[in-house]
Design a protein around this ligand. Structure first.
Ligand code: FAD
Ligand code: NAI
Length: 477
């Protein structure tokens, strides 16, 4: 075997977990390869994984475009801007989304070159152990055999199938098809009122689809702080999303151009609904297809996740796993943090990932963002806490923007005042939450945030005001 194919670190998977691990390992002086099998429509390498190709990036591109469309149709007039002849150019909207994706794919290939990471386009599979490490075969557009002492598995996840309703990406859509519908469906069904259901449901509602969401659980967004979830539910229903909770899905039958879903509603009554398209977004499953982990004894748990310890080590020496293929939230930034930490641990450093301060964001309008504990969690754990809320209705910048829905909520320890959780539903919550993440990482108190000077007028003043409200001393409400 030629010396060029021996690496210090081979990363299998080029999503946010894998490509970031590869770059960090290269920065630390290792000889690194990253293998990724994703191809674009032209058959060219498309690194970036689910996130870049059929996840975070294209969904946010369509959320932005559809929000512009909705604003032009419904919000501009209030600002004194009259729009006539407003038309949706869906092919252009999808083309723009594709070009945003491609810019990100190309950006990663550029970063690999810049950091001297060797990129292999194909599927990586364990072929056995080699002297002091592992042999990895690459097959697909590229065929090769690599060896490495350290292997980082970052093979991500796939959409979970509903038995009896296989994705065909024409009528029954996973996230992949949901991001590429070529004509606005008259009636769109969504099974699962989770993150994808709400984001993609919002996109297609804004451009004219009649969207019905069927959720299995009786509560809306059960993982979100109850007060915030209630407020969000009210706002989404007002926007026109039809959200049915407590549904038990029965038979799903495909017609020539439509799909019929039989379900029992929350009262137990049998219902049927026919849709032009059906998105199924009921969670994701870890992906180890074709990895051939069996050849080296890579252990998986009963749900298919690669078993790792708190530091992403598998039980095999030198084999690590990060991102969606291991336990923990399926979020791009969690995968990235783990990728960096693993590269640093391989270098003998102390990688750092704090699971208590990983932010969550749902990019609906308004956005929902949170970090730390919810009020219901604190109650269940018997933690004594104080709460403070502040509505965007009382924030000058939100009024000027014309977006006053939602609130910021702080939860702090009743004795020490340490911030335990921050929950936001409102404009650009995705950006506002960063202040709370930093504060919690530094173990700040709500008093700390309340005493920090925030620019005026800014939405971030609502964060300060909610911190003041913990001590019942909001100034503007
Ligand atoms: P992935 O991104 O899935 O990447 C894995 C890569 O490995 C893929 O390219 C795959 O082709 C490749 N691969 C797999 N097996 C092999 C093999 N054997 N050989 C070679 N290559 C292989 N998260 C957020 O934080 N924010 C968001 O806004 C967000 N939006 C999302 C929207 C949607 C519609 C979806 C579906 C997900 C979204 N996520 C979001 C979740 C996010 O995409 C994932 O958490 C993230 O992509 C996980 O990164 P990863 O590197 O673990 O895996
Ligand atoms: P999800 O876990 O967010 O939501 C799935 C929903 O489907 C839940 O409400 C669940 O109760 C419901 N469900 C499950 N089985 C059902 C059934 N048989 N019938 C009816 N309802 C059922 O999963 P989703 O939306 O598929 O997204 C997958 C993951 O991708 C997310 O959990 C998140 O980790 C990631 N993601 C993150 C985004 C972000 O950060 N903004 C955006 C999109 C996805």
């Amino acid at each position: 075997m030629s010396n060029e194919k021996q690496f210090d670190v081979v990363v299998i998977g080029g999503g946010p977990g894998g490509y970031i691990a590869a770059i960090r390992a290269a920065q630390l002086g290792f000889k690194v390869a990253c293998i990724d099998e994703w191809s674009n429509a032209a058959g060219k390498p498309a690194p970036g994984g689910t996130c870049t190709n059929v996840g975070c990036i294209p969904s946010k591109a369509l959320l932005q475009s559809s929000e512009h469309f909705e604003h032009a149709g419904h919000a501009f007039a209030e600002h004194g801007i009259n729009v006539s002849g407003l038309e949706l150019n869906l092919p252009q909207m999808l083309k723009r989304k594709d070009s945003v994706v491609k810019a990100n794919n190309d950006g990663i290939l550029y970063l690999f070159k810049k950091n001297k990471v060797s990129f292999f386009h194909g599927r990586g599979a364990f072929a056995g152990t080699a002297e002091g490490g592992y042999t990895i075969n690459v097959s697909g557009p590229t065929t090769d055999t690599l060896t490495a002492k350290n292997v980082v598995v970052a093979t991500g996840s796939n959409a979970r199938q509903l038995p009896g309703a296989e994705f065909d990406e024409k009528l029954i859509l996973s996230n992949t098809g949901a991001l590429a519908i070529d004509a606005v469906p008259g009636k769109l069904g969504v099974i699962g009122a989770g993150v994808i259901g709400l984001e993609m449901g919002s996109v297609w509602r804004r451009v004219g689809a009649d969207v019905t969401v069927l959720e299995g659980l009786p509560t809306f967004l059960g993982a979100v702080d109850e007060q915030i979830a209630k407020e969000a539910h009210k706002l989404f229903v007002k926007q026109g999303l039809k959200i049915n909770l407590g549904c038990k899905i029965g038979a799903i039958t495909k017609g020539e151009n439509d799909v019929t879903v039989a379900y029992a509603d929350s009262t137990g009554a049998e219902q049927t609904a026919t849709f032009d398209r059906l998105i199924i977004s009921i969670g994701r499953v870890p992906n180890t297809i074709g990895l051939n982990g069996e050849s080296v004894g890579l252990p998986l748990d009963e749900r298919g996740f690669i078993i790792v310890d708190d530091e992403c080590r598998t039980s095999l020496p030198g084999v690590w796993a990060v991102g969606d293929v291991v336990r923990g939230p399926m979020l791009a930034h969690k995968a990235e943090e783990e990728g960096v930490a693993v590269a640093e641990r391989i270098a003998g450093q102390h990688g750092h990932v704090n699971f208590n301060t990983i932010p969550w964001v749902i990019y609906t309008s308004p956005e929902i963002a949170w970090v730390g504990k919810t009020e219901q969690q604190l109650k269940a754990e018997g933690v004594a806490y104080k709460a403070g809320t502040f509505p965007f209705l009382a924030n000058g910048r939100a009024r000027a923007l014309g977006d006053t829905s939602g609130m910021v909520k702080f939860l702090a320890d009743a004795t020490t005042d340490e911030i335990l959780g921050v929950h936001i539903v409102g404009p650009v919550a995705s950006e506002l939450i960063s202040e709370a993440v930093v504060a919690m990482e530094f173990k700040a108190s709500s008093e700390d945030i309340a005493r920090i000077c925030h620019a005026h007028p800014s939405l971030s003043e609502a964060v300060k005001e909610a911190a003041l409200a913990v001590d019942k001393r909001s100034l503007n409400f």
